[in-house]
Each structure stands twice: as C-alpha cells, then as structure tokens.
Design a protein around this ligand. Structure first.
Ligand SMILES: *Cc1c(COP(=O)(O)O)cnc(C)c1O
Length: 385
C-alpha cells in the first residue's frame, strides 16, 4: 500500500521529466538577459517551424486564456462563428464566444460520438461563418475531431477561419497548420508538451493575422496579438514579463520533441494510446469514445458494474496512481487517464498494474497480469520495427 512516489496521470498537468524540471530551479535571469533572449528566440523559431505557422504567441496563462486569445483577435462583436462541440471544452468555447457577443451557432454531439462532416457541410452551406472552432480532443469525452476532413471542407470556404483547440492534443496528435488549413491552433504547456502549467501558446496563420489587422482595435489588452507581436519577433522588447523559467522548461521540452521527431512522437502516442485502451478493455472497462474517433492522448474508461468512482480513485491513489474523475453527465461514471507527453513504458506498466491491484482490492474479478500482457503485446510488437 505504501508507495514511494505518486504518479499523476490526469489529463494535465502531465508528468514532468527531470531535464524539464531542472529548468525551473535555475536562477531566474533578467528578461533582457542576452542569453535568455536568445533562448526565447529559439523557442519561438522552433515552434513556428515545427507547426508550420506564420506566427506563434507564447504568453503566461492557461489553456483557457489561449482560447480567449484566439477568439479576441479574430472575431468581433456580432461576427458569426460555428462551434463544433464534442464535450465540456467545446461547450466552454461556446460560452466564451457568447460572452464576447458573437453570433454563435453550435453543433453538439452526444458524448462519446463526433459530429459528422455532412452535418458540418450542411451548416456551412446555409450560412456564412467568419470562423469555425473545434476542440481537437475533448478531454471530457476523449473524442477526437477529424481535422483532415474538416480542413478539406473549409478549403471551400476561404472566408471562414479554422480555429482548433489543441490543449489536449498539440504535440501528441497530428496537427499540421498548413496541410490541414488550420488558422489558429492553441494549446497550453501542461498537457502533451509535458511542461508544468503556466504557458499559453497560440499558432497563427497568415490569413488569421490579416483578420487581426482587418478588425482594428480590440478592447482586450493583455490578449492583443498586436501588443505581443513585437516581443515574439524580438524577445528583447517588453510588453508583459515573460515567465523566464517556464520558457526555459518549454525550450527543453521542444528539444525533447526535436530529438524524438514530431512524426515519431505522434506515432508513439497512437500506438501507446491504443495499447492502454485495449488493456483497459481487457480488464472490463468500456471506453466512452467510439473507436473510430478515439483520442490517443487520454482515455475515458467507464466503470464496470459494481465499481464506485470515489472508492476506485481512492484505492488507486493508495496504489500510487492519481487519475481524474468524469466531467458533466459522466461525473461518477468514468475516470480520465492521461497518457500524453513524455510518458515512458515503465509508467504505463505501473498504471495498468495499479489498476489491476485496485480492481482486486475492490473485489472485482481480475487476473493479475492480464492488462499488462495486453499493454506490452501491443506496445512492444508494434514498436519493434
Ligand atoms: C485542459 C483543456 C482546456 C483548458 O485549459 P486550462 O489550462 O485548464 O485553462 C481547454 N481545452 C481543452 C481541450 C483542454 O483539455
């Protein structure tokens, strides 16, 4: 029962590896320190190149700030926006857009399912939208939107910006700004980048930068691209104090991504995501998201008959693993397990083993090693060649 180390496997913050953590303990430099300015420049340049964007903004804040930044800089009051919602965070985008006084239309799926391309096409044929916003992976349901298909549809609507909430996907699921026609992509540091919380990141296409110019002055101050752009071009300039140590941590995370290779990283997430999901199914859980729209970055397993949420997560924590509870209508019915970022095989084995031990302690029929066997069969064989 006693564990030396607690493994936090919620869908953000995700585990932070030693080299990244070390950056946080460094003596904080002046934000004009030439070495720091160089480091910040390199981060901006790498992020722009890796995701093939025109600009990127890296500022202090959480994912929600990034969402607000995306909307504030591309849409003005009464502009029409279509939000495709696959759960809690899609609904948050709806709220945010309504608060801003936008003309908001919503396509909401049943939790666990995705909105079909046909429905989206139909909506777009009936009305002109200034933007379409979608959550790539909705953390509440584990549903992944098809950005490929959406991008293709939006290709025929050049007046419409494509805004993607990648908070639970960026650096874990394939997102290619140019190829998929994404205009604004947002994320936060604490999810698939594996950096502690505190950084909001917003990638922007040329088209979205033109939209920013078109809409003129905006009332938001801290969120304004115009105020941050000179800093992103040259971090020697000041607008708001950059979180120096977090930028260093992000630089380390980007280095890890470059060493691994972005495509390799996506593939790793896909193989391991599926392996974890199969292992959970083997142990008696059902995954909420339908198989063809299932995310690789996290899993939302529904409890089998007889397992109570509070008890399960309490015992699992005693066994050394922390997971998150369900949101909205699925509170108490499922748990949310993050497996994105810089997670290794040992950690995944630990998680599945802890789940087996928890089921056993809760008198649920379990064959020790069954989940581990499925997990390793899927990871080791698929990653061998
Ligand atoms: C976590 C999350 C957010 C919100 O991010 P915060 O950093 O908690 O503000 C938004 N969208 C998605 C898809 C998320 O997973």
């Amino acid at each position: 029962m006693n564990t030396n180390r607690e493994l936090v496997m919620i869908p953000g913050p995700t585990p932070v590896t030693e080299p990244i953590r070390k950056q946080l303990g460094r003596e904080t430099a002046a934000f004009k320190d030439p070495n720091f300015v160089e480091d910040f420049k390199e981060v901006i340049s790498d992020l722009t190149k890796l995701w093939n964007s025109s600009e990127v903004f890296v500022v202090s804040g959480s994912g929600t700030l990034a969402m607000e930044m995306a909307i504030a800089n591309t849409l003005k009051e009464t502009d029409s926006v279509l939000v495709i919602s696959h759960g809690f965070f899609g609904d948050r985008m709806v709220d945010l857009c309504k608060r801003k006084g936008l003309d908001v239309d919503v396509l909401s799926s049943k939790w666990g399912k995705a909105i079909s391309v046909e429905e989206i096409k139909e909506k777009l044929a009936k009305k002109k939208y200034k933007a379409v916003a979608v959550t790539h992976v909705d953390t509440s349901t584990g549903v992944k939107a098809s950005l490929d298909q959406l991008g293709e549809v939006l290709d025929k609507h050049p007046e419409t910006l494509f805004i993607v909430d990648g908070v639970c996907s960026t650096a874990g699921e394939p997102e290619f700004m140019y190829e998929m026609g994404i205009d604004v992509l947002i994320t936060a540091s604490q999810k698939a980048f594996g950096v502690p919380p505190g950084l909001a990141m917003v990638w922007v296409s040329e088209k979205a930068m033109s939209r920013r110019e078109e809409i003129g002055d905006i009332c938001e101050y801290y969120l304004d691209f115009d105020r941050w752009l000179p800093v992103m071009k040259n971090p020697d300039k000041y607008f708001g104090t950059p979180p120096v140590n977090l930028i260093w941590a992000l630089k380390e995370a980007v280095q890890i991504i470059k060493n691994e290779g972005l495509l390799e990283r996506f593939k790793r997430h896909q193989i391991r995501g599926r392996a974890v999901q199969k292992a959970l199914e083997g142990l008696g859980f059902e995954i909420l998201a339908e198989e063809n729209v299932r995310a690789s970055t996290l899993s939302n397993p529904l409890y089998p008959e007889g397992i109570e949420d509070g008890e399960f997560r309490k015992v699992l924590k005693e066994e050394g693993v922390v997971v998150a509870g369900g949101l909205g209508p699925y509170a108490g019915k499922l748990f949310r397990l993050g497996h994105m970022g810089n997670i290794d095989t040992n950690e995944l084995v630990t998680v599945i083993s802890a789940i087996e031990r928890t089921l056993f302690r809760l008198d649920y029929p379990v064959e020790f090693g069954k989940g581990i066997n499925i997990l390793l069969e899927n990871i080791m064989k698929k990653e061998k060649n």
